[in-house]
Design a protein around this ligand. Sequence first.
Ligand code: HEM
Length: 465
Amino acid sequence: MSAVVAEAAATPTVTPTALPPGPRTPRLWQTIRFALWPYATAGMAAQRWGERYTVWSIGERGKMVIFTDPEAIKDIFTANGDDLRSGEANAPILGPILGWHSILLLDGERHHRERRLMAPPFHGERMHVYGRLMREIADRVIDAWPVGRPFPIHREMQAITLDVILRAVFGVDEGAALTRVREQVERFAAQANGPSAPFIALKPFQIDLGRWTPWGRFVRNRDAIRTILVDEIARRRAEGTAGRTDILSLLVEARDEHGAPMSDEELLDEMFTLLMAGQETTATSLAWVFYHLLRHPDALAKLRAELARVVGGGPVEAKHLPQLEYLDAVTKESARLTPVATNVMRRLHAPARIGGLDLPAGISVSASIYGTHHRPDLWPDPERFQPERFLGARPSPNTFFPFGGGVRRCLGAAFATYELKIVLAEVLSRVELRIAPGYRMRPVLRAITVAPSRGVPVVMERRIG
Ligand code: HEM
C-alpha cells in the first residue's frame, strides 16, 4: 500500500452533522426582519431556537449557523484563518464598497501579511501619541454646543471621530484640505447611514443607474473620497514622512519580511477601510454610552466622582487611564448590552468541527455578539445596565467580544477604546447633559452598525469648565 493510500485509509470520513434547526421563513423576510429589528431578531431567535440555530446568510446564497455558546465561539476564534474565512464571508457585501485589497476581504497568507504590516501603528502602547489631539478635537466640538436646546449627541460624536480619523490616521492637517475631505466624508456618511443604507449593503441593489439611484450616488461619493485619498498618499510619498506620527505615514514606511512596501492600491483600499471601519463604529459606541449613562444617574455620579478623584480638574491623560476602572467598566457594559456590531461571520473553506457539530465546507458560521452578550447564564439580569459586573473581572474572550476575536479581532480596538475614554472624560468634565424630554429609543440598523434611533437627542444644562 502506498503512503498516500495508507494515509487516506487511516483518515476517518466525517459525516456532516445535520444543521441545527432555525426559522424557516423566506430569505427575504429574514433579511428584512433583521434590518428592521436587529437586536430583537437576534434575541427572539436565541429564545426560540436556543444557543445555535441556522438562518439564511445575508448577502449571499447559502445557510449560516449562528452560535452563542462559548465552546463554539472558542472554536470559531481559534480556527485556522485559512479554513474559516472571514474575507470570503465579508466579500459579497463589502467587496464593492471597500475595494478588493481591503484587509477585511483577505484570507490566509495575504491577510496574514497585511495584518503584520498594519498592526504596529495600532499597538496599544502607541495610543498616547493621539491623546492630546483627541482632546483638542473633542473640545472644539463641545465648545459649539448650545445650552438648553436639544441636539443629537450621535451627530456630535461623528464630528469628533471623523476629525480624529482624518488627523490621527490620515494625517490631514487643519486647513482647506481637512475641510474639503470632511465635507465629502460627511456627505458620504449621511447617505451610507440614511434610509437608503440597505440598498447599498445588499448586492441585488448594487446597480449603477446614475446619481439618482442609491448605489449610483454611493459610487460617486465613494470615488470622490478615494480621489482625495490618492492625492494624500501621493503627497506623503513625495514629501516624505520624517517626524510624522499619523498612521498613513507609518503604513507608507511599513515593509513586509521581504522588504516590500504596500502598493498604492493596497494603501488606498486600507485607508478607505480604516475610515469605514473606524469612524462610525466609534461614534455609535459613544452615542450608546451617553444613552446608558444619562438614563442611569447613579452610574453617572459614580463616574464623575472617579474622574474628579483620579484626574482632578485638569485634562485626562494616558497615565490616568489605568486608574479609571469605573470608566472602563462603563464602556464595556455599554458594549455588552448594545454592541454596535451584532455578529461576526466566517465561511468554512474546509469541513470543521464547531461546538461539537461537524459542518461541511461552503457553509457560513457566525459568532453572535449580541446573543452571547445577552445569555442570562453568562450575564445575570442581562438586560440591565450594570457596569459593576466588569469591576475586578476579566471576561473571557469567548463570552465578551465586542471587537470580534482570533486572528481577525478588530485592528483598531486599542485605538477605539482609547478614544472612547478620552472623549467621555472630556465631555463629562466640561458639561452637564440630560436626555431630551419625550425621547423613546429604538435600536436601528445603519450601514454597518446598530445605533440608538434619532441620534439620542440631549440637552446641555450647563457648562462646568
Ligand atoms: C468601538 C469601535 C469599534 C468596534 C465595536 C469595532 C468592531 C469590529 C469588529 C466586530 C470587527 C470584526 C472582527 C472579527 O471578524 O472577528 C472589526 C474588524 C476590524 N476593525 Fe474594528 N471596530 C471598532 C473600531 C475600529 C477602529 C477605530 C479601527 C481603525 C481605525 C478599526 C479597524 C478594523 C479593521 C481594520 C478590522 C479588520 C481586521 C481583520 O480583518 O484582520 N475598527 N472591528
